[in-house]
Design a binder for this molecule. Structure first.
Ligand code: UDP
Length: 335
């Protein structure tokens, strides 16, 4: 069975492509390399193209059985400053991709959604029943696409899974691929970089939140655990596909949270980074970053119940694998 991994040269997509291959699927990567990296797609067939390029997509879609869609802009702050960019790619472009897939006869679709669809939830941990009320254009773009998948399920029989990621982090245990963003804005790589002798200081965004130590709490999930959940989602869709009776019109659209169910504060991450590197993380206490909710922690029960999936790796695994990848990358640059 062949899967088109759209955005497979990016951070999470490249890990998912490898997980698919380990599980016996053929993964073809489709990416415009705007934020992705050719080296993350190494060893895979890479088709370069944009998600809105129907002509480029047509022949590729004709030879795959399912689509996984990772190709999105994903900086919350940037989405507030430049919503046009986010709606163009994450909404208009993504819809064009969805229509191309539908026209090619694809009926199985896995979507990278986000806990950003919940906005600032009233209750922690967050279950899938929590009302979806995004508070920034990034979250709004993800919610739009979830709605599109649901409507296409009802109208056209499309079967889909929306995976609502919490904070993806860490790198492949082999050290060959890992987190790559330009610019890097995420806490774990920045905390690790701040432990280097002449590295930039980490700024802690707010220490006056209503949390146990005053800093924001997030649910950090290892990228390979996320990748494994995509394989489970695909297996779920295959099962649905087999069991659906021929005259059944509506497709199933499932949405599940992907997190560990455990929250960690910014200060706990700093401590974990110091444990991994053996060096102090140089930091300053700064102001809150606009748009950051105090705490986001998943209730992962549905993923366990429906997909048979639960995170296997803990925070130490996340941080140490991220550190290994950073060290390898530094060695590569020095060579
Ligand atoms: N954070 C921070 N300093 C940084 C980057 C992030 O204190 O330089 C905090 C941020 O406020 C949030 C958490 O770390 O509470 C995780 O942020 P990140 O950008 O990694 O992921 P997000 O939660 O925004 O998806």
């Amino acid at each position: 069975m062949a899967i088109l991994v759209v955005g497979g040269a990016g951070y999470i997509g490249s890990h998912a492509a490898r997980a698919l291959r380990r599980s016996g699927y053929e993964a073809v990567i489709y990416d415009n390399l705007s934020t992705g990296f050719r080296r993350l797609a190494q060893g895979f067939e890479l088709v370069e193209g944009d998600i809105a390029d129907e002509v480029r997509l047509r022949p590729v879609l004709a030879r795959v059985d399912a689509v996984m869609h990772f190709a999105a802009h994903a900086y919350v702050g940037e989405s507030v400053e430049n919503p046009r960019k986010y709606f163009r790619n994450n909404v208009a472009g993504a819809l064009s991709l969805l229509n191309s897939a539908l026209d090619a006869g694809i009926r199985r679709f896995v979507f990278s959604s986000s806990c950003a669809v919940y906005g600032v939830p009233e209750k922690i941990p967050i279950s899938e029943h929590t009302p979806r009320a995004p508070v920034n254009p990034y979250g709004a773009s993800k919610l739009f696409f979830e709605n599109a998948l649901e409507a296409y399920g009802r109208a056209y029989g499309l079967c889909s899974v929306s995976l609502r990621y919490f904070n993806a982090a860490g790198g492949d245990e082999g050290g060959e691929i890992g987190e790559m963003h330009d610019p890097e804005t995420h806490l774990i790589p920045l905390a690790l970089a701040a432990s280097a002798e002449n590295g930039p200081e980490l700024q802690v965004f707010g220490a006056d939140y209503p949390t146990p130590d005053g800093t924001c709490v997030r649910d950090y999930i290892h990228v390979n655990d996320l990748a494994d959940a995509h394989v489970r989602a695909l297996q779920y869709l295959e099962k649905q596909h087999r069991e659906r009776s021929r005259d059944e019109k509506g497709g199933d659209s499932l949405a599940v949270n992907l997190g560990t169910g455990r929250g960690h504060s910014v200060l706990e991450i700093i401590q974990a980074a110091e444990n991994a590197t053996g060096r102090p993380v140089r930091r300053t206490m700064g102001l809150r970053r606009p748009g950051d909710p105090p705490a986001l922690v998943a209730d992962p029960a549905k993923a366990q119940r429906v997909l048979g999936w639960a995170a296997q790796r803990n925070l130490a695994d996340v941080v140490s694998s991220a550190w290994r990848w950073m060290e390898k990358t530094a060695q590569r640059h020095a060579a």
